[in-house]
Design a protein around this ligand. Sequence first.
Ligand code: BG6
Ligand code: MG
Length: 222
Amino acid sequence: MKTKTAFIFDLDGVIVDTAKYHFIAWQRLAKKLDINFTEKENEQLKGVSRVKSLEKILSWGNKTISEELFQQLMDEKNQDYLNLISKMDEKEILPGVKQFLTALQDNNHPIALGSASKNAKTILKAVNLLEVFDAIVDGNHVEKGKPDPEVFLKACAQLNTEPTNAIVFEDSIAGIQAANAGGMLSVGIGQKEVLHEADHCFENLTQFDYDFFQNIISQTKN
Ligand code: BG6
Ligand code: MG
């Protein structure tokens, strides 16, 4: 019997729109440091770890700070972010997500989360999706961030599946590159111009249905 294809999802920007909260929190911090920070810079932080994000913001502002202050700013940003997401509920699940996850469950596909966020479980709990995932690999479990494929390879290992038997859904360039590097099929969620390295790209999860992937799976496996 063939193993069922595994589906791996990024969290921020694929399952929920938390990018807006990351943006608010980073922008407040950047303002304090007198560093210009707009949506354009925020785009470059998608899929990027908290540490790397602060490093990038500081480099954009040509700032060098002590390790102690660096840690303090990271904590400050995260506290602000946690306050912003504290009121999240099921209404913040992006359109099409629930229907697609339900179709995957109905068809017995293993489902994993592959996120850079250290707050992933808190968010999944808040939006009541924790139980849907057979494996959760997040920022607490990886040494190398996206575009390194570690997060997705660990998800495959936990699901006991080969990377070539997995499909990854991602809204960041770094995440698409990670999926490609890991040998998985990559599906971009967002703008085609930005995510042109993805094997397939859709604006959001209402733009396709389970049958679309069922066709791809049956073509590649037969
Ligand atoms: C990613 C987001 O999912 O997680 C990034 O796209 C964020 O913007 C990263 O920096 C780390 O998140 P957290 O919650 O650990 O600060
Ligand atoms: Mg994302």
